[in-house]
Ligand binder design. Structure first.
Ligand SMILES: *Cc1c(COP(=O)(O)O)cnc(C)c1O
Length: 482
């Protein structure tokens, strides 16, 4: 493909853009349980307007674009107050949970370099239910991630196992509030007390839960302490592009005080251009996401968020009760917010997902890991709420129809082949490509029904799963020819 010889006019262009959208999941219909956090059309219009007003301003230099520093400081201040921060808590606006977590891990690494220089191979401890972003951060930053077990019924971190895993190279303990997969709050008070006692930093990943948990507590839910009210918590991440409903590209990283945050900041005066001083990973960046985030928080307001939380809580309770009442299905753990996971010991959940897809529902597969068997994840959003009864009725029907569906012969054979291979840590690329072809993946395209592929992935050791999805992405991003 080449840049077109002459530019397209606006109308043609807009029509083309619309055409490109046709293949996207139609999330506006309320039948998609994830990906998009949508507060309603009226609020969305306000977000869009704020975003586009500041689209072109550059937050690279907040002394030139003073609005950037103002939006950022005010959003961070609202976030810190929301999480029981005192006047000492400082933070920054980032592009998302992953960036916030990378910065938390960088801060811990550089804090250790300054205060414990004898450590050359730093480690962080992460309950197995902790988000993959910590593995990614460790991978990028040269910090080893040591995973620790969780309770097999509650899916909450086992703090005594964390205590036992601490060694002379440990720099950081992590807990989640809530965990993405099962929506539970780790015993943060115990993790933070352990960190404090051993002179370690403690990060609370409140990317998913930080914003809504305080509202759920105000509505009477028994939410364990998880924020800066807990002694020993040294940093927190909270995404605003999830349940604060900001446009994507909105999260915060918060630190107990500015002394700790110093280790987050990167500076460079060793080149011939402008002196670089970045508090976050990105350098040039639009003020749009900050302005839109500031706008949505001020537009919805505390009472508005409380009202949203009330309806999400009510909807989640109806879902949990409704799913548990379906023969063959069980909700995993006890969700402490408005996300949930359910599984089945009688029916292949991947077939349930395919059956639901035929009826226009998108629900997310979660592969088995540790004590968590393969299951289905729902993130509940305001636009799902009017569809709960219909969803439950369809789910009951699809669970029945999935009962009689069998794994394909190819998958059964592949699984036998894999079982015979044992725990091969990695496969040569040629083998991976063969495996993909056998599973029905060709040229970066996936089949309509995904049960076979999910079942195959679920049976593979993590290293082979990773090789397979990496190869898939390497195929997907093949650019159109000349
Ligand atoms: C979503 C999420 C993240 C990662 O956030 P991104 O915005 O997708 O980068 C990290 N932790 C938890 C618990 C999450 O739910």
């Amino acid at each position: 493909m080449k840049i077109p010889e002459t530019g397209m006019d606006r109308d043609t262009l807009l029509a083309r853009l619309d055409e490109y959208r046709q293949g996207d999941m139609p999330w506006r219909n309320g039948r998609v349980w994830g990906y998009v956090f949508h507060p309603g059309d009226e609020i969305e219009a306000v977000i869009k307007q704020a975003y586009s007003m500041f689209l072109s301003e550059n937050a690279l230099d907040p002394t030139v674009f003073k609005s950037a520093a103002r939006f950022e400081n005010e959003v961070v201040s609202m976030a810190a107050n929301h999480l029981s921060g005192d006047g000492e808590v400082v933070g920054n606006f980032t592009s998302g949970g992953t960036e916030s977590i990378i910065l938390a891990v960088k801060t811990a690494r550089d804090h250790a370099r300054a205060h414990r220089p004898e450590i050359t191979r730093p480690k962080l401890l992460l309950p197995v239910t902790g988000h993959a972003a910590f593995h990614k951060a460790g991978h990028y930053l040269g910090v080893e991630v040591v995973t620790t077990p969780v309770d097999s019924a509650t899916f909450k971190a086992d703090v005594s196992a964390m205590a036992a895993a601490i060694d002379e190279n440990t720099i950081l303990l992590v807990g989640s509030a809530v965990s993405y997969a099962h929506c539970v709050v780790d015993p943060i008070a115990d993790i933070a007390a352990l960190a404090k006692e051993r002179g370690l930093l403690c990060h609370v990943d409140a990317c998913m839960g930080g914003f809504m948990l305080p509202y759920f507590r105000r509505l009477g839910c028994d939410i364990p302490d998880f924020d800066f009210s807990v002694p020993g918590v040294t940093s927190m991440s909270m995404d605003l592009h999830k349940y604060a409903f900001a446009a994507k590209g909105a999260s915060v990283i918060l630190h107990r005080n500015a002394d700790l945050r110093r280790h987050q900041i990167y500076t460079c005066a060793r080149w011939s251009g402008y002196t670089v001083v970045n508090a976050t990973v990105q350098s040039s960046k639009s003020v749009g996401p900050m302005a839109a985030c500031w706008a949505v928080m001020n537009h919805i307001g505390d009472q508005g968020y409380l009202d949203i939380a009330r309806s999400l809580l009510d909807g989640t309770r109806r879902l949990v009760a409704g799913i548990d009442a379906i023969d063959g299905l069980q909700v995993l753990a006890t969700p402490e917010m408005n996300l949930l996971a359910f599984t089945s010991d009688a029916v292949n959940v991947f077939h349930i997902i395919d059956e639901m897809k035929e009826l226009g529902w998108y629900i997310q597969p979660q592969l088995g890991y540790g004590d968590s068997r393969a299951n289905i994840h729902l993130s509940v959003n305001p636009n799902n709420l009017p569809h709960i009864d219909e969803f439950l009725a369809d789910l009951a029907r699809c669970t029945e129809s999935a009962r009689s569906l069998q794994s394909s012969e190819a998958i059964t054979n592949l699984k036998q082949m894999l079982a015979a291979m044992g725990d091969a840590p990695a496969l040569p690329t040629g083998q991976v490509q063969k495996l993909m072809a056998a599973a029905g993946i060709q040229d970066g395209k996936l089949p309509e029904r995904m049960a076979d592929i999910n079942e195959l992935l679920d049976a593979l050791p993590p290293a082979v799963q990773e090789a397979l999805v990496s190869e898939f992405i390497n195929q997907l991003f093949r650019q159109p020819g000349a």
